[in-house]
Design a protein. Structure first.
Length: 169
């Protein structure tokens, strides 16, 4: 069941990534301020607040290159798709930070949009970062899509982890 849910979350993430990275999809602002959770349960606002706090925690951890915090935020099967299409696993991403290959000075997430789907949430946001990758300046702005899923940890406790993210320039 957990694997089936992860597959659904990845499929959902892929469709959101494709739409968020398509410049043509960003030209229609007719629904920019419309709440996408029209029939949402009363707890949708609480879920959105929780996810936005997790985004703030992610920003803090990335800006500090805090791999211990990132290890807790990212699920064990987390995958990151880089702007050039490379896929990094959680361990690869953490190692690139630990080794200094990827060094974040700061990252912010703005225009954060949270859409909840039961035990999953998809976040789209504009990012601004100051960083280096393999010694080269990697600073700039981009669009990010991040998927969060509620799941049980190894002790059986409920937690929400980021399972996938994609960054587009």
């Amino acid at each position: 069941m957990k694997n089936r849910f992860f597959q659904f979350a990845m499929l959902l993430a892929a469709s959101c990534v494709l739409s968020s990275c398509n410049p043509a999809s960003n030209t229609n602002n007719a629904n920019a301020n419309v709440n996408t959770n029209v029939n949402a349960a009363p707890s949708a606002a609480a879920t959105e607040a929780d996810i936005k706090k997790m985004i703030a925690d992610l920003s803090t951890a990335l800006s500090a290159n805090d791999t211990a915090a990132l290890d807790k935020i990212w699920a064990d099967n987390y995958e990151f798709v880089t702007p050039d299409g490379q896929i990094q696993t959680k361990s690869e991403r953490l190692e690139s930070i630990r080794s200094g290959e990827l060094k974040m000075e700061s990252i912010t997430f703005d225009e954060v949009n949270v859409r909840s789907y039961g035990d999953a949430a998809v976040v789209t946001a504009k990012t601004t970062q100051k960083s280096t990758n393999k010694g080269k300046d990697n600073s700039g702005t981009s669009t990010a899509t991040i998927v969060f899923v509620k799941m049980k940890d190894n002790a059986g406790s409920q937690q929400t982890d980021s399972v996938a993210s994609r960054e587009c320039e």
